[in-house]
Design a protein around this ligand. Sequence first.
Ligand code: ADP
Ligand code: MG
Length: 348
Amino acid sequence: METAALMIRNIRLSYQDGMIVDDFSLSLKPQELGCLLGPSGCGKSTLLRAIAGFQELNSGEIWLDNALLSTARHRVVPELRGVGMVFQDIALFPHLTVAQNIAFGLTDWTEESQAKRIAELLELIDLAGLNQRYPHELSGGQQQRVALARAMAPKPKLLLLDEPFSGLDTELRGRLASEVRTILKSDGICSLLVTHDQREAFDFADRIAVMHDGHICQFDTPFNLYHEPMSPFVAHFVGPGEMIDARVEGPRSVSSPLGVLTNDATLDFPVGSDVQIFLRPDDLIHDDDSSYQATLVGKHFRGAHHLYEVKLDNGVVLGCFAPSHHNHAIGERIGVSLDIEHLVVFPK
Ligand code: ADP
Ligand code: MG
């Protein structure tokens, strides 16, 4: 069996008013960066609290590095679990300097090893030289990196991050998620991030558990979630796209309002079945030279590219990415062509 750092086995969690998480299982490999991605209220924070030891289990087990941390009858106290936590509200101690904040969990360490660890972490979070600053003298992003360093300082076996970037502006959020990924990878810390933001999850995680109503819909790499979603919920949750009716015509082909589309492999549906296909904006390419014309009905500027909404002559509206300099006006007829190798097909 593959070794796991974190192993959650068949746990159930509830509050007085009902079950939040029923029969939930998840494992992370050593040094793996995982993510729980799901809409607000689906039970992500409750799960993190259970892993940190603040939440009772109704049944099941939580293991970390082959030590049993929680069952329904037994719970190792939070401070002895080797689990660090970072929350959304940064909660640095305002009256302590950056260095003192980071040293907070290192009281058992010698002064020399504390100083070494602080210097190493400041280097890692790219704040070397700012050790004597107070939190109010730092930007939001810098404060969040200090909070991270403070949680990493005692070398936890597992670091839990509960929406740590959601108080920051969008641009900074995307950047910090990948920065934090790099920092954790270079320190080799296994970590679990909770977020409702797909981009943040993609920037951060090796594998993402997409959650809905207390259960995991799919636990997979960002690439597979995007290109091979196993359910319409996952397909929609991890990125834009449209569902279109189609019918299976042959072992690898479907007929659709866009014509006959061919898959790179045999489809899992019998010939003749009614299905839905899910098309992402990257399946449709804006091509000025294409004879296939569609009407531009919506337009979202995304910096390097536009996300266009184009209406085909049969009434189907699809998303389509176009390079930023292709700046067409709404209502204009533009050329499009399909670029599909792999079809995402669901039963109808
Ligand atoms: P998420 O982090 O995914 O937004 P939570 O785990 O915070 O979701 O909450 C899951 C569900 O549990 C929600 O319906 C929420 O209202 C409920 N809940 C959270 N905390 C408590 C609590 N202390 N007492 C009762 N219900 C709670
Ligand atoms: Mg939450």
